[in-house]
Design a protein around this ligand. Structure first.
Ligand SMILES: [Zn+2]
Length: 682
């Protein structure tokens, strides 16, 4: 069917050394053409790569996302090193971004200095916990410590009001667990029981590091597990949390106070910076009433133990080597199967990005991204919006009324491409040499205070949520915004030297994926202004839900690692709709682009023996190729709304008639879902 030799000749015949010198956009060497594309496309497209891929000892996985991240991080690493050198040489002016980046990064790299300080930085928090004498003190210490290190057993933050997205109110949600999900506390199978044993061991070891004798630390760890198990029992599942109406309970602060009499919310909010709050969206009322009764009934000493543990846990990555090693041992090795720590510089790059990411990102963009590349990517986004608009107009199952509303919403998408137009001003953020722990705490507090300052005001629509080097993209329902950082607008996602098919199958489908989030099972419940409001006719909503249920059933049947571990169809539904919708729209956009070229008399040739349509699907399969440690994969299945890469490829493609046609698959092939089961949305 395909002849590699022809590719070589064709490439040479083009005579473009810049292209010929590069690896081909789609590399046959990574495929396994002994597999049938119609049986397992993921294996067909990636088989040889999958067989030889070696997960680095310090990683949970290896794949296209991680490999591009490494590349971007190398650019960031140079920025950090240069800025730190400039600070050392006193050529960086104190107070400038360059100086703050260099100083922050150097404070993280100063492992000897960090070790010498021991638990001194944690002392004020531990002292405040030790001083707790009453239940009222307990609630007070939640607030007082929150600005230094997040230890409260809940998440209370400023956020857009889901039904009035132009106003920032307080959002109160469940929290307080040390393990990744409620299920880790509640499941009774042998693996879960053993993991809890390892967790209490980890808690005990950490408590010993802050000075508790071994026997007390072990007894305390049991108390922590028992209290967290009670919190887990009151915690809503991730699937339940996906229903935006189920987590909308707006009330006055006074009402919330009556609901939870043992926590002085006015005092808490004043302490964290939200003292002006009057209304609050209590996302999980059941959790808060349970928490309130736990505060009233669990002995104070057990709560103090719980807080000591959470203070130590939150601080561990910013403390000395014993804390860092124990944190790594449990959270990376036990939970995720990682064998080795990342080099210090890499951890410090992550930390500096978290603290000063927009200053680093500004420099990153200067070095690694051009306004021309941004314009090309923005054009691609515009093309995808047009394609989705046409697609909506053609849907045979959606009524004119719903189509009209959907188009209004699509046209209102706020499109953010590559990097912000104005950069965050860090002049008010204090960074000090040799004070890594405090630098981390201050940066976190500074960032949270920016959020609290917007209480009662509209959400800032110019804000980005991802810094420029990030290899990711996002949709926000309350902002009705799509966002594509410069970090993902690079090969293999976006390659100006590649053919249209390769780009539409990668970044095009990613753009389509984010747009589809605006119309997934959650996103479709928000309108053009980002308000939670039902704009669907009842009949269209019913049809949509039936199609979505097919995708739930489809993914529920997929397994990973062993035949007993299933993908959670409900948890991953939004992402799976995103992929399916994104691919469908990107494919349509590719057809438009090809038609335009043909109209201009351009011949569209097969490349390496593959048609543009085939290269589109190969490109999608390539961005999702990954190998993952089984521990990490289990964690992903339990907590992550994204299905593993294999199913993000085979799942949506087997729903697409376009795929069947491109590869000449037949009814009955594994990659062709029968019409009676096939989902149809876009
Ligand atoms: Zn997504």
């Amino acid at each position: 069917m395909m002849r590699p030799v022809i590719l070589a000749v064709a490439l040479c015949a083009v005579g473009l050394t810049s292209i010929a010198a590069q690896a081909p956009a789609i590399d046959r060497a990574n495929m396994d053409t002994t597999c049938s594309a119609c049986s397992d496309f993921f294996a067909y497209a990636n088989g040889s790569w999958l067989r030889t891929a070696q997960i680095p000892a310090s990683r949970t996985s290896l794949g296209s996302f991680g490999m591009l991240s490494d590349r971007n991080e190398a650019v960031v690493h140079r920025i950090l090193d240069e800025d730190a050198t400039a600070v050392r040489a006193a050529t960086a002016r104190p107070g400038t971004n360059e100086w703050k980046i260099g100083t922050f990064y150097a404070s993280c790299m100063d492992t000897a200095g960090i070790a010498a300080r021991g638990i001194l930085p944690l002392r004020p928090t531990l002292d405040a916990i030790a001083a707790v004498k009453t239940t009222a003190d307990l609630a007070r210490v939640f607030g007082a410590s929150e600005r230094r290190s997040g230890i409260a057993p809940f998440a209370v933050n400023p956020a857009a009001d889901p039904k009035n997205s132009r106003e920032t109110i307080v959002s109160a949600s469940q929290g307080g667990l040390g393990l990744p999900d409620r299920e880790y506390y509640l499941k009774t199978d042998a693996r879960s029981v053993d993991l809890r044993r390892q967790y209490t061991d980890h808690v005990a070891r950490t408590l010993q590091l802050i000075g508790e004798p071994e026997t007390q630390a072990k007894a305390d760890a049991d108390k922590v597990l028992s209290l967290e198990t009670a919190l887990a029992g009151a915690t809503l599942s991730r699937v339940a949390m996906r229903d935006p109406n189920a987590v909308y309970h707006k009330m006055s602060l006074a009402e919330f106070q009556r609901m939870t009499p043992h926590i002085d919310w006015r005092e808490y909010l004043t302490a964290v910076g939200g003292g002006r709050a009057t209304t609050i969206n209590v996302r999980t009322p059941g959790f808060f009433t349970s928490l309130d009764s736990l505060i009233a009934t669990v002995p104070l000493d057990e709560w103090k133990t719980y807080l000591r543990w959470h203070a130590a846990r939150a601080a561990a990555p910013s403390l000395g080597p014993a804390f860092v090693a124990e944190d790594f041992r449990f959270n990376s090795t036990v939970l995720r199967g990682v064998q080795e720590q990342e080099p210090r510089w890499r951890r410090c790059a992550v930390s500096t990005n978290a603290a000063l990411g927009w200053a680093v990102g500004q420099e990153y963009v200067k070095r690694d991204f051009t306004p021309e590349a941004r314009a090309r990517a923005a054009q691609m986004v515009d093309n995808l919006v047009s394609a989705l608009r046409e697609r909506i107009a053609q849907l045979d199952w959606m009524s004119a009324a719903t189509k009209q509303q959907a188009t209004v919403k699509l046209d209102a998408f706020l499109r953010k491409v590559a990097y912000p137009d104005t950069w965050r001003d860090y002049s008010a953020l204090l960074v000090r040499p040799g004070a890594y722990f405090e630098n981390v705490a201050r940066a976190g507090d500074w960032s949270r205070q920016r959020g609290w300052a917007r209480l009662g005001k509209p959400v800032d629509r110019t804000e980005w949520s991802m810094v420029p080097p990030t290899v990711n993209a996002s949709y926000s329902a309350t902002l009705n915004q799509i966002q594509f950082p410069a970090g993902i607008l690079q090969p293999p996602f976006f390659d100006p030297n590649a053919d249209d098919a390769v780009n539409y199958g990668a970044i095009g489908a990613v753009i389509g994926h984010e747009m589809s989030h605006g119309f997934d099972d959650q996103g479709r419940q928000y309108d053009a202004q980002g308000n939670l409001r039902d704009w669907w006719t009842p009949d269209d909503a019913t049809k949509y839900k039936a199609a979505a249920q097919r995708i739930v059933d489809q993914f529920d049947a997929y397994t990973v690692i062993d035949s007993a571990t299933h993908v959670n169809g409900k948890l991953t539904l939004g992402e799976n709709i995103g992929d399916f919708g994104g691919l469908t729209v990107a494919y349509a956009a590719l057809q438009k682009a090809l038609a335009a070229k043909r109209a201009h008399g351009e011949a569209i040739a097969a490349v390496d023996g593959f048609t543009p349509e085939q290269r589109f699907f190969l490109s999608w399969a390539r961005i999702w190729r990954e190998v993952q440690r089984p521990e990490a994969e289990r964690l992903q299945i339990a907590t992550n709304p994204h299905a593993p890469g294999k199913w993000r490829v085979n799942g949506p493609l087997s729903n697409m008639p376009e795929f069947k046609q491109a590869w000449g698959c037949k009814d009955g092939d594994a990659m062709v879902r029968p019409d009676s089961l096939r989902a149809r949305i876009w």
